[in-house]
Design a protein around this ligand. Sequence first.
Ligand SMILES: [Zn+2]
Length: 284
Amino acid sequence: MMPLQTTISYTGEVSGVGLHTGAEVRAVLNPAPAFTGVVFRRTDLDGFEIPASPLHVAHVSYATALVSRGVMVATVEHLLAAIRGCGIDNVYVDIDGMEVPILDGSSKVFVDVLRRAGTAVLHAPRRHLRIKKKIEVADASKHIAIEPSDRYSLDCTIEFSHPLIGHQRVEVEISNGAFERELAAARTFGFLDWDEPLRKKGLIRGSSLENAIVLSAEGMINPEPLRFRDEFVRHKALDLFGDLALLGMPIKGHVTAFRAGHALHNALVSKLLRDPEAWAILED
Ligand SMILES: [Zn+2]
């Protein structure tokens, strides 16, 4: 049987503060028809729509933000990762502020809400993006590449000279609940000495030990243990998966990321889309 597009069966809701703005926000996830994709609707601005698409990515370094005609929705990556990771193709995200709540700093709460909302099958064929040619982007010692494969897989490496991190690598094949099991619960992280400079720039106003792993020079400040021994690289893979979800459909391709971040992820997406020989949209 031909795979079909999906949406959620019921609405779901999350509230909390935005990581960067510190503002309290409420996001309601609603079912959407086939070919909608993920569309944010700013309920505080008469329902102004911002589609989750590479065309609307704004260049923000510490999170991925979408902008349409000057209207923004920021820190979308953990929610987009959860939606794609749960196999949901179409959803409206009705949000009453400019930043998606950070919650526990991972995709776990979004996944729980999406699971409770259930999956509904729509009468339209599901499409996927097949990678036909290797595309690479590099910036000094950081690089990222996507290449042809019959599966969707991520190979992610980070390096930080910190006793809890060092060199970490994770390889994940995105199939059969792998996102939920292996990536969804991995939290974002930051270093204590980043705190002051970022706050001076007006960023991370909502950050706390409830929504990030905070690292000191020797260890971590949070009282509770890590969720995975290599939680740091798993979170980077979650971010990568969320940024690639902007492509709007499952991918058949293999992604290798070495010390990459949001800027490089989005540069890869742009470079890929600019080369019409590098990809094709196919029905399963
Ligand atoms: Zn993140």
